[in-house]
Design a binder for this molecule. Structure first.
Ligand code: MRU
Length: 351
């Protein structure tokens, strides 16, 4: 295995991010030293992918906390809430952002100690969120391996967007399952949808696979159904940005079409995601907020405008795949049928 990829690391009193807007052309890192910089990095997708955004927001909360100049606990907590609000306003769909911020606020509110000690507890919590996510991804990889179809040949797995190390604390969710399948000798190759308009598949998933020596074929998004029809794909594994209580799953735009095509071809469609991506406060996927992004992402490539002026554009960043299209949701507690999500996790005392 090559050097592991960590999209966020805590180093020299800063959160150091891999600049994901530059991959694969250039590998650069950016040291983030205040919460406003972190909010900008999340909004502009320097760091992206639901669990990675959660880890980044947790460090953002600490960076904000450390800049608060008061020894009065109540004043500190009021100012910290304003920082939380700024970070929450960056991206609406990935629930890990809100989950991580809530966890950080809870620690601050429940630490009855001088402000300096609360700040120290917040750094420890951000580091714990990061370490937990890494461990969780490895567990998802193990459970995913067991859930994959047991075929005599090696598997060809399609994925959409990037749910790899870059999108988590490391290792990945969907790509974690694929990594585990590769290590176990059960993978022939990955098919990576390019994932218009931001090309996370073509740029990030393909880059991660190449780094690790995992055979990868990039296809344009409109080729997935054809590949399934040709018998090229054995299983689909994707990540998630928010999963409602009934298993409806928001993930990168285009995921729903892949799930429909998989159903039509009787190919199992799996979602791989940690508990921190499940939002039990939402009964179903209709309530998941869908981020609308700038139309330039559609009509412009680099400096070149593709579309005529006068056309209008619609650019939702995510869609919702209904639970009935999902064979199982692979979590750190096992692969669970969507309809059993709440009951199974309650049984395992996870919620
Ligand atoms: O807009 P992005 O790049 O943040 O969207 C990322 C995705 O949709 C991922 O598939 C999802 O967050 C899962 S990450 C493990």
């Amino acid at each position: 295995m090559n050097n592991p990829i960590y999209p966020v690391i805590w180093q020299n009193d800063a959160a150091v991010l891999i600049d994901q807007t530059q991959i694969p052309a250039t590998y650069t890192t950016i040291a983030i030293t205040d919460y406003e910089q972190m909010a900008q990095a999340i909004k502009t997708m320097i760091v992206r992918g639901a669990p990675a955004i959660g880890v980044a927001a947790a460090y953002g909360m600490y960076l904000g906390a450390r800049s608060i100049e008061t020894s009065d606990r109540a004043t500190f907590l009021t100012q910290l809430e304003a920082i939380a609000e700024r970070l929450r306003a960056t991206r609406p769909t990935a629930v890990n952002l809100f989950w991580a911020i809530a966890r950080m606020l809870k620690v601050a509110q429940s630490t009855v100690a001088p402000v300096e000690q609360i700040k120290a507890a917040l750094l420890e919590t951000a580091q714990a969120i990061q370490a937990d996510d890494l461990r969780t991804c490895q567990q998802i990889g193990d459970y995913g391996l067991q859930a994959l179809p047991d075929l005599p040949e090696k598997l060809r797995i399609l994925t959409h967007c990037n749910a790899g190390a870059l999108a988590t604390a490391g290792y990945g969710t969907a790509l974690g399952v694929i990594r585990s399948a590769w290590s176990a000798g059960r993978l022939e190759r990955v098919f990576a949808d390019e994932t218009r308009p931001r090309l996370q598949g073509a740029k990030l998933t393909a880059w991660e696979c190449v780094q690790e020596g995992i055979p990868v074929t990039v296809i344009t998004d409109n080729m997935a159904a054809h590949c399934m029809q040709q018998g090229v794909i054995h299983a689909v594994v994707v990540g998630a940005d928010r999963i409602a209580a009934n298993g409806d799953t928001a993930n990168k735009i285009g995921t729903y079409s892949v799930a429909l095509a998989a159903k039509a071809h009787n190919i199992p469609f799996f979602v791989a995601a940690p508990l921190s991506t499940i939002d039990f406060s939402l009964a179903d996927g209709r309530q998941i907020p869908i981020e609308q992004r700038n139309p330039t992402e559609i009509y412009q490539v680099g400096e070149t405008r593709l579309c005529p002026t006068g056309a209008e554009f619609y650019n939702p960043a995510f869609d919702v795949t209904p639970a009935h299209l999902i064979a199982a949701i692979i979590t750190e507690f096992g692969a669970i049928a969507p309809a059993q999500l709440k009951a199974t996790l309650a049984e395992k005392q996870a919620v």
